[in-house]
Design a protein around this ligand. Structure first.
Ligand code: BTN
Length: 255
């Protein structure tokens, strides 16, 4: 990390990099070197953005790519429940700053009319003390256009600029997401039950027919409810019910 990189920060103290491979990778490295809880990194462009399930996350210029380091002192199995909380925080920030009302597609995509506006990737990282922390990576299609994405994604994405007809300052939305994340995180720490209720309210997957991707197969099911651990309770075609904690669901069969 050069001194020049260290100079640019948003009002909330988010470090702004002109470019990096992945803000999650960068923030994990800071975490390994002892960075404090709340450290946040924003990049104007990512050359190796990463998504869930080992996918890449296409990160053209004018999008918002940020990662936040959270160091809760909690059992490792609770860390994945920070991801849905981050989705609530991004939802709130998008409403407040851009006037955009997105819904959450379980577990952690924000969508408008079924098109993806934001993806979230939470990764664990161990510090010198051996304790596991979480890096929450957030990618928002902000001032980009659908045409900036590969052709095969163009029918599935949407951008804030397309929804609002204007550009939003990247640092303004990043600061707003950061602020909301701080508030939502405090509720998460207290085990505030209203947070899960808020997530459930925003979750567009509920009550819908879905496909669950498992062992390369798309299994038809119905999404029923959100569990205490933010798992998705699904009823499969043969009538059995399961709480799905990880993985992928879709409203279309998954190729
Ligand atoms: C997904 O949609 O599967 C999750 C995408 C997460 C993308 C963000 S962009 C900032 C951070 N850095 C990354 O490499 N990934 C996350």
């Amino acid at each position: 990390m050069s001194d020049r990189d260290m100079m640019n920060c948003t009002e909330k103290g988010i470090l702004v990099l002109p470019e990096t491979d992945s803000t999650n990778t960068y923030t994990k490295e800071l975490a390994r070197r002892g960075a404090a809880h709340g450290t946040a990194v924003l990049a104007l462009r990512q050359t190796g953005g990463r998504g869930r399930m080992g996918r890449s996350f296409i990160s053209p210029e004018k999008g918002l790519y940020m990662s936040v380091l959270l160091r809760p002192d909690c059992p490792a199995e609770l860390l994945p429940t920070l991801t849905p909380c981050a989705a609530v925080a991004v939802h709130r920030a998008l409403c407040r700053t851009c006037g955009v009302t997105a819904e959450i597609k379980w577990p952690n995509d924000l969508v408008v009319n079924g098109r993806k506006l934001c993806g979230i990737l939470t990764e664990g990282v161990a510090g010198f003390d051996g304790k596991l922390s979480a890096v929450i990576g957030i990618g928002v299609n902000l001032n980009t256009n659908t045409e900036d994405f590969p052709r095969e994604l163009q029918d599935t994405v949407i951008t804030v600029r397309e929804l609002t007809g204007r550009e939003t300052r990247i640092c303004e939305l990043a600061d707003s997401i950061y602020e909301e994340l701080v508030t939502v995180y405090a509720r998460w720490l207290k085990g505030d039950e209203s947070l899960r209720a808020e997530y459930r309210e925003l979750c567009v997957s509920l009550g819908r027919d879905i496909f669950v991707l498992r062992n390369g197969e798309s299994l038809p099911a119905r999404a029923l409810d959100i569990g205490e651990d933010y798992s998705l309770l699904a009823e499969f075609a043969d009538g059995h019910r399961e709480s799905i904690r990880f993985g992928e669901v879709s409203i279309r069969p998954i190729a």
